[in-house]
Design a protein around this ligand. Sequence first.
Ligand code: BGC
Length: 346
Amino acid sequence: MSVIKTFYDTMPDGREVYQYKIENNNGVFVELLTRGATLASFVCPDRDGVLGDILVGFDTLQGHLATTTYAGEIIGQYANRICDGKFTLDGTQYQVTQNENGVTCLHGGGEYNSALWQAIITDDNAVEFSYHSPDGAEGFPGNVDITVLYVLNDHNELEIHYTATTDKKTIVNFTNHAYFNLGTMAGGDVLDHELQLFCDAFTPTDERSIPTGEIRPVAGTAFDFRTAKKIGRDIGLDDVQLVQCRGYDHNFCVSGESGKLRPVAKVSDEKSGRKLEVFSDLPGVQLYTGNFLDGSETGKGGIPLQKHAGFCLETQYYPDTPNQPDFPSCVLEPGKTFKSLTIFKV
Ligand code: BGC
């Protein structure tokens, strides 16, 4: 196993961006960038042993800086949406950045994912990224210190460990926004990938993609992935939930006890023979099928990011939890340490 640090590129303001490559003894490797603590590539063999990069994204800093996709980036302080960018903690109302149509807070307003993180190699297969978010950044309370530790082991598991503390009561929801395509970017869309979700329910949304508060069983709906089916099988059904999001862009409630590591999803691609399994201790996962990609951004190898070019499985607290008393709490108190683990296994 090895970790190699290399200079990647220079930010427009002159700061240097570094890349860390972690490779295991099977020849599987990931490439990570200090900008956004980004998971930039995840390379593994297909059924014939041919290596391919299963992440949809960019191969230049320019691409990473220009994109609106959040591809591979660490999202904080609150992944997904907060209604009107408002929430109340102990009677104090907070207004956070309304970066989506001037109304909703999406992915924390863009702070964590566009920051330059500190990085240290902590083992021959591990890199730890850290970031300090000052009190009031994007409107969120608390000086928040976060570390994201990426470990790639010889079971071909990429572990992502999140640890955070605050000095003021706040809300946290961190995720990695990787877009996967097990057939690589050159392999077309992901509609033929078979997906199984260990989720009995999902949280329907309104036309702004804000959860209505309902926790709806998936049984009998297009959202039933309890038995593996093609991502594209039901995506075009005339269901208002699918129509208003142009496909899947929903939080699923992961079965079993939140706080415990458990299976979230299994994906397979018949064409390449590659597989992906996801495990997490978080209560939810956002299945996003790249519905808003429209070919206007050009990614790795000069390939445009077309609709459904990748799928995301963003492990998370449910969207808009701060305004939904019945959703599992995402509050972090001073003196407590937030810890969470998500694993992507190929
Ligand atoms: C959201 C989508 C959004 C995408 C890129 C996903 O987490 O649910 O609505 O388009 O991120 O920002």
